[in-house]
Design a protein around this ligand. Sequence first.
Ligand SMILES: [Zn+2]
Length: 346
Amino acid sequence: MWPVYGHNTAVHLLQRTLPSPLADNSSQRGFGGPRHAYLLVGAQGIGKSTLAQVYAQALLCTEPSDRPCGVCRSCRLIRSGNHPDFRLVAPVDREGAVDRSAGLLRVEQAATIIRDSILSPLEGRYKIFLLQDMQQANESFANKLLKTLEEPPAHVILLLTATERTQLLPTIVSRCQVIEMQPIAPTVIEQALGQHWQAEPKQAQLLARLAGGRLGWAVTQLHNAKFDAERQEQLEALWRLAAANRIQRLAFSEQTAAKGSQPQLFNMLELWTTWWRDVLLAQANCIDACSNIDLREEIARQAAHLSQETVQKYIQTLKRIEGYLHHTTNTRMALDVLLLQLPRIV
Ligand SMILES: [Zn+2]
């Protein structure tokens, strides 16, 4: 059993590639052995890096069976981030500090990977690189990395993660085995939060439903002391704006846009989308399936005020504007549209 919640298909696929422990120490690339590059694709917080790290542990584990054992020297070194044959490469800011939200994978990092990959592994039979958030690779990083992907040394395994494969160069994608990570069922997330992270039952249930299949997101929020207050504030803003006039809505848009297109804005839009989906569920008499399980009364109240068509149309607007905000610098204009089209509930 791998220490991974959900993702059964991906886990089975990777488990089948583990080389036989009876084989000699030279790296194997034949039938059943690992490929030289995998691309794990899925939403932020869905568990791509967790799975990649467990796979690396399994490949380098020195136990004869049930790899990764979790306790051998190699498994422990990977967990503590100190294994000489396992490198984690994440987007960095201009000064070289890890910045997963706004940083880039830069050409200097690709040069280091190429230099490292030529050297033989020090302890295990493989040298494994986990490259996080390939959608944030700049063009020179991607182009330089391609050389290693085209002719990798036999002992090198590259594990790439990305939120969407369409954001990567097709030449990179085509050289990897792509593994699409599926959302984890809310019941599995709820159980994991309770058992592994000691969440209170009510909190585990709410976070599991809001997580959209991303256990990593749920765990982050569980440890975020401001989560409840921020959620409350973002939902109350939504309800207030639904009752507000045009001038008040545009004033909110102006204030929000002034803060720029930061992660908090996307969190708010995500929560708002979840909210309107809940309203739609209530309108379809499926309120028990809603995400904001603690606010069923307010969901039902709003559902009764609007037509299904209005809510559906607004969910589409939210999705469109969210996509637009990832690429535009004109946050203000996008938010104006979003606020002016918000259904009116008095
Ligand atoms: Zn081990």
